[in-house]
Design a protein around this ligand. Structure first.
Ligand SMILES: *[C@@H]1O[C@H](CO)[C@@H](O)[C@H](O)[C@H]1NC(C)=O
Length: 415
C-alpha cells in the first residue's frame, strides 16, 4: 500500500537487555502490520550467537524484512555517525529511541560517565544534527523519591553514582536545544522476556520460597515503601506515543506543554573539567513524563502478589534498619544462601532438568537495599493521552511471565 511510504523509519539504541526488544515487538509485530517502514536496532551485543539474553520471540522479529540489527561500540563517535546513516536512497531516520545506559549498579563513575552519559549525549547531538523528528530517552528509576510521590516538577534524589550519571544524562540531552526530546522516567519494569531488575528477581526468589514452602522475608519493614511498577509493553507503548506526540509539535512547543527544568546533582569540579556537561548553574528544560502503572505498587504489594502466586507468604524480619544495612554490607552471600541453593535444586529437579538459564535467584546489593520509587502518572495521561495496556501488576501478569519462561525452557517445570 502507498501508505507504507508514510510510515516512519526508526532507530533503537541500546536496551537489548532491558526494554528495546518489547519496543521492537510493538513496532514490527510477529503477526500484523508493522508500524514503521524500517527498524534498525543498534547495541553492543552480538545476536548471532547471542551474547545476552534475547528471549524466544525477539530472534523471530529480527527475521522480519523491515528489521535490521547492527552490533556496534557506541562509545566511538564515528561509529555513532555511521549507524545514523540511512540505507542508500532513503531519507534520514524519523524517530530515535535512546534506551542506552549502564544498568549495573556496581560500575565505577568513569564507566558510568563514558557509557551512560557520553553515549547518550553523542546520540542526542547526532540526532539533532540530522533533525530527527523524535528522540525518546528512557530514564531508569535510579532515584529515591518522596514516599508521597515525586511529580515531574519535583526533584527526586539520584541514588548513588549510577543515579547521578543517569540523571546527568538528562541534563546533557536537555541542553541540546533543537533536539526533539521526550524523557520517560519509568518505575520498576517487569514483563515477559524481561530478566533484568528487581521485579524479575523478586518473582524468581518468591518461587523458591513457594517451592520450599517457607515464607519469603523482606529486609525492610512494610511501612510506606512505594515500589511503583510498569509493564515493559507500556514502556514500549509510551515510547511510541511520545514520539508521535513530539513529532507533530517540535521541541519548543513540547517544552511549553511539558517542559521541566532538570536540576544539578553532580560534582562541580568534575563538571568543570568536562565541557560536554552543562554548567552546574544551568537547569536545561525538557519535556519529561513519569511512567508507572496504576497499581501504586509498594514493596509490600509486590511481595504479596509474587509470594501468593507461588502459594507462600510475605513476611518481615524483625530487625532495626541499621542492623539490616550492616548485614547487607557484610553478608550478602549468607542472605542469598537459602534461595540460591533452592533455585539450583529446582533447576536440577525440573522436567526436563535445566542446565542453563538467564534467570537467577541471587539478590545483589542494590536489589537488597531499600528503594522508594513513587512517580504519579497523571501527566502522561493528560498531556499525551497515553492509555496503559497493563494498569495493574497482578497474578495474571506473573503467570504470563512465568508461562513464557517455561515455554522457552528458562524456567523449571516441576511435576
Ligand atoms: C569500545 O571502544 C572503546 C574506545 O575505543 C574501547 O575502550 C572499548 O574497549 C570498546 N569496547 C568494546 C566492547 O570493544
Amino acid at each position: 500500500m502507498a501508505d507504507s511510504q508514510k510510515k516512519p523509519s526508526v532507530l533503537i539504541f541500546g536496551g537489548l537487555n532491558t526494554c528495546s526488544r518489547a519496543l521492537a515487538a510493538l513496532l514490527v509485530p510477529l503477526d500484523g502490520e508493522p508500524l514503521v517502514s524500517l527498524l534498525r536496532i543498534v547495541d553492543k551485543y552480538s545476536v548471532h550467537p547471542a551474547t545476552t539474553y534475547l528471549g524466544s520471540e525477539f530472534p523471530k522479529i529480527l527475521e522480519k524484512p523491515e528489521v535490521e540489527y547492527k552490533q556496534a561500540n557506541l562509545t566511538v563517535g564515528t561509529t555513532i555517525a555511521s549507524v545514523f546513516d540511512p540505507p542508500e536512497g532513503q531519507g534520514e531516520f524519523d524517530y530515535v529511541y535512546d534506551f542506552t545506559g549502564e544498568i549495573r549498579t556496581d560500575r565505577t563513575e568513569v564507566i558510568q560517565y563514558s557509557t551512560t552519559y557520553c553515549i547518550a549525549r553523542m546520540l542526542g547531538l547526532e540526532a539533532a544534527k540530522r533533525k530527527v523528528k523524535a528522540f525518546v530517552r528512557i530514564q531508569q528509576p535510579f532515584y529515591e523519591t518522596s514516599s508521597k510521590g515525586s511529580l515531574e516538577t519535583d526533584d527526586p534524589k539520584p541514588a548513588g553514582a549510577v543515579g547521578i550519571w543517569w540523571h546527568e544524562t538528562l541534563r546533557g540531552l536537555a541542553a541540546i536545544e533543537d533536539l526533539n526530546l521526550v524523557i520517560l522516567r519509568v518505575g520498576f519494569v517487569y514483563g515477559p522476556y524481561t530478566s533484568h531488575g528487581i521485579i524479575a528477581t523478586g518473582i524468581n526468589v518468591a518461587s523458591v520460597y513457594g517451592y520450599m514452602k517457607k515464607p519469603m522475608k523482606s529486609m525492610w519493614s512494610p511501612g510506606k515503601n512505594p515500589n511503583n511498577t510498569i509493564h515493559v509493553d507500556d514502556v514500549a507503548g509510551a515510547a511510541w506515543a511520545s514520539s508521535q506526540w513530539i513529532s507533530g509539535l517540535g521541541r519548543k512547543a513540547a517544552n511549553e506543554a511539558a517542559g521541566v527544568p532538570i536540576p544539578f546533582h553532580n560534582d562541580k569540579t568534575f563538571v568543570k573539567e568536562h565541557p560536554d556537561i552543562p554548567a552546574h548553574n544551568t537547569k536545561p528544560v525538557a519535556p519529561l513524563f513519569n511512567l508507572v502503572d496504576d497499581s501504586n505498587s509498594t514493596l509490600l504489594s509486590v511481595g504479596e502478589v509474587v509470594t501468593s502466586f507461588f502459594g507462600t507468604n510475605f513476611e518481615f524480619f524483625n530487625m532495626v534498619e541499621n542492623a539490616m544495612l550492616k548485614w547487607i554490607d557484610h553478608d550478602i552471600e549468607e542472605i542469598n544462601e537459602q534461595h540460591v541453593s533452592g533455585w539450583t535444586e529446582m533447576l536440577m529437579k525440573a522436567n526436563p532438568p535445566i542446565s542453563k538459564t538467564p534467570l537467577t535467584a541471587y539478590m545483589d546489593k542494590y536489589t537488597l537495599e531499600k528503594h522508594v520509587i513513587a512517580f504519579p502518572n497523571n501527566k502522561i495521561k493528560q498531556v499525551i493521552g497515553y492509555q496503559l495496556k497493563h494498569p495493574e501488576f497482578n497474578h495474571a501478569a506473573v503467570k504470563d511471565i512465568v508461562d513464557k519462561w517455561k515455554e522457552e525452557g528458562s524456567w523449571p517445570v516441576i511435576n
